[in-house]
Design a protein around this ligand. Structure first.
Ligand SMILES: Cc1cc2nc3c(=O)[nH]c(=O)nc-3n(C[C@H](O)[C@H](O)[C@H](O)COP(=O)(O)OP(=O)(O)OC[C@H]3O[C@@H](n4cnc5c(N)ncnc54)[C@H](O)[C@@H]3O)c2cc1C
Length: 508
């Protein structure tokens, strides 16, 4: 770049675009940098909006906005999410939970050690039992109890995630983005510097132009700038993540039951069904492979499983993979325009938030003039981040299922070498912090703690290896047993104090 970024132009007014406007606007303000931000969105192209799950990192966004969680949940009709319930993945009839809290943070000096998980596996106990969120999830409980005066008090120290209605969150973010110019226009092309190749201005379909210094492509699956203009390239994950269609539909809540506090991921004949509760409904969808199922068959399968008709809201085609170089010259792709994996572990909005945090922290610094080398480093790190998501999701497909052509295809053709490599290493030692490089400046990423419930639930952890490791340190094994027993008691008591999920949400 030849000068500091003074005008940041974001193309796309979905969740990614507004997150970028808010978070980078804050970065500029924090550095007292005078930055004009324009969001260009087209009212003729809708945003993607299905019921969606976040990860715990979304609280960082609320903190950025200075928004109280109660206001966010009330205004967006969001709910609490403690993790994911995986049904029928290992084999039909087997369910396991993946709570997202990490009990090791309560143990002084644990420092990346997974000794409580190792102990659980050695003792033949499900690792999910070591989690407060496992208790709260089972009871559909809120994370709050009441003190003597009726005031809400948290029952535990862990940060949970949310289930959201993406359209409502988009409106919410937009309302909080003060001082941002908004242009309703369709970007049809760019004017590029003849020597630099950098974008000088956007060309709209009505012939008008808009100049800027740095451009963020948040145009979703269209990838208007990074794909069509800047040749960011594409790395497909279609071989190892074979689902490529999504058929969203809604269901009503069962008024006799509390609102669930987990995402349900229900493995089906040719993919899996998500169920994500907002306050008003269950946002659901069948993500499937059209190589094995037509959309009529997908619909029929779900209607038969549920025992009643559904009204599909769309049948979305998904290109699964990532842009090879999300940052090219003065253009950065974020959100769906940077890539997309099936929504199994809610990696998309999480990835966007972490990418924004990394970009803001490491590259948007005074004098706000990132060098070309910065783009290379960023691309390498973010490419790795999304590859790690791929491997984590791919691991969910290492199952005993072989009851349909889809599952036999997955077993025979879709397990990525990196997944195989990790599993081979974990037949030798139990997963541990050192198995995961930390290259995202400490921002949250897929690590051992997230893998444990999934590996355990799929039967991929070897109890003999865990026993060998615990036997090597009797003192640690004794400590682990005491801590696990004590945490189990504490968590059961904490869950006993928690009020119901619906009661909490309606009290906001
Ligand atoms: C089936 C499905 C399920 C998902 N589930 C989850 C989940 O559980 N958890 C999760 O974290 N994520 C999930 N996601 C991903 C999540 O929806 C996205 O990460 C998030 O909504 C951000 O989308 P976006 O802003 O990148 O794109 P979009 O919402 O598609 O917004 C694109 C914007 O670009 C604008 N635009 C496009 N082209 C142009 C143009 N030429 N000119 C001007 N404007 C243009 C549009 O008007 C729109 O404003 C899911 C996605 C799908 C498809």
């Amino acid at each position: 770049m030849t000068g500091p970024i003074r005008h940041l132009v974001i193309v796309g007014g979905g969740t990614a675009g507004w997150l970028a406007a808010l978070m980078l606007g804050k970065t500029a303000r924090d550095h007292r940098h005078d930055l004009k931000i324009t969001v260009v969105e087209s009212s003729s192209i809708p945003t993607i909006g299905v019921g969606e799950g976040t990860t715990a990192v979304f609280k960082t966004v609320l903190d950025h906005l200075g928004v109280a969680e109660a206001d966010f949940l009330r205004e967006t009709r969001g709910t609490i999410k403690y993790g994911i319930r995986h049904r029928d993945w290992r084999k039909v009839g087997v369910t396991y939970d993946g709570p997202i809290d990490d009990p090791h943070v309560l143990v002084k000096g644990a420092d990346g050690s997974e000794f409580l998980n190792v102990f659980s596996v050695a003792a033949g106990r499900p690792v999910s039992r070591l989690h407060l969120f496992g208790f709260l999830m089972k009871g559909d409980l809120s994370p709050y109890g009441r003190d003597g005066a009726g005031k809400l008090i948290p029952v535990g120290p862990f940060q949970y995630a949310y289930h959201i209605d993406n359209a409502a969150v988009g409106r919410f973010l937009r309302a909080h983005a003060k001082g941002v110019d908004v242009v309703d226009a369709l970007v049809a092309g760019t004017v590029r510097g003849p020597e630099t190749g950098a974008i000088e201005s956007l060309r709209f379909d009505n012939g008008e132009t808009l100049a800027g210094d740095f451009f963020i492509d948040c145009t979703g699956f269209r990838r208007q700038l990074i794909g069509k203009e800047m040749e960011g390239g594409w790395i497909s994950y279609a071989e190892e993540l074979p689902v490529n269609r999504a058929m969203p539909f809604w269901l009503d809540h069962d008024p006799a039951k509390d609102i669930p506090t987990c995402t349900l991921a229900w493995a089906r004949n040719a993919g899996w069904v998500w169920q994500i509760p907002t306050q008003d409904r269950l946002g659901c969808g069948y993500v499937y492979s059209d190589r094995f199922l037509s959309s009529d068959e997908a619909r029929a399968e779900i209607e038969e499983a549920l025992g009643h008709p559904i009204e599909p809201r769309a049948d979305i085609r998904m290109s699964v993979g990532r842009v090879a170089r999300p940052w090219v010259k003065n253009c950065l792709a974020l959100g769906l325009s940077a890539g997309f994996l099936e929504p199994l572990e809610a990696t998309s909005i999480h990835g966007t938030v972490v990418q924004l945090l990394v970009f803001a922290e490491d590259y948007m610094k005074p004098p706000f003039m990132p060098a070309d080398a910065a783009a290379d480093a960023y691309n390498q790190r973010i490419g790795r981040q999304i590859d790690d998501f791929r491997t984590f999701i791919n691991t969910h497909y290492v199952t005993e299922r072989d009851d349909t052509p889809f599952w036999r295809h997955v077993r025979d053709n879709c397990i990525h070498p990196e997944t195989r490599g990790r599993l081979a290493a974990w037949r030798d030692h139990m997963p541990k912090g050192a198995d995961f490089d930390r290259y995202l400046s400490g921002f949250p990423h897929v690590e051992a703690q997230l893998y444990y419930p999934v590996l355990d639930g799929l039967g991929l952890l070897d109890r003999a290896v865990a026993k060998r490791e615990t036997a090597a340190s009797p003192a640690l094994r004794k400590q682990a047993r005491e801590i696990a027993d004590s945490l189990g008691r504490q968590f059961a008591q904490a869950a006993g104090r928690a009020i119901g999920h619906r009661e909490y949400l309606t009290s906001l």
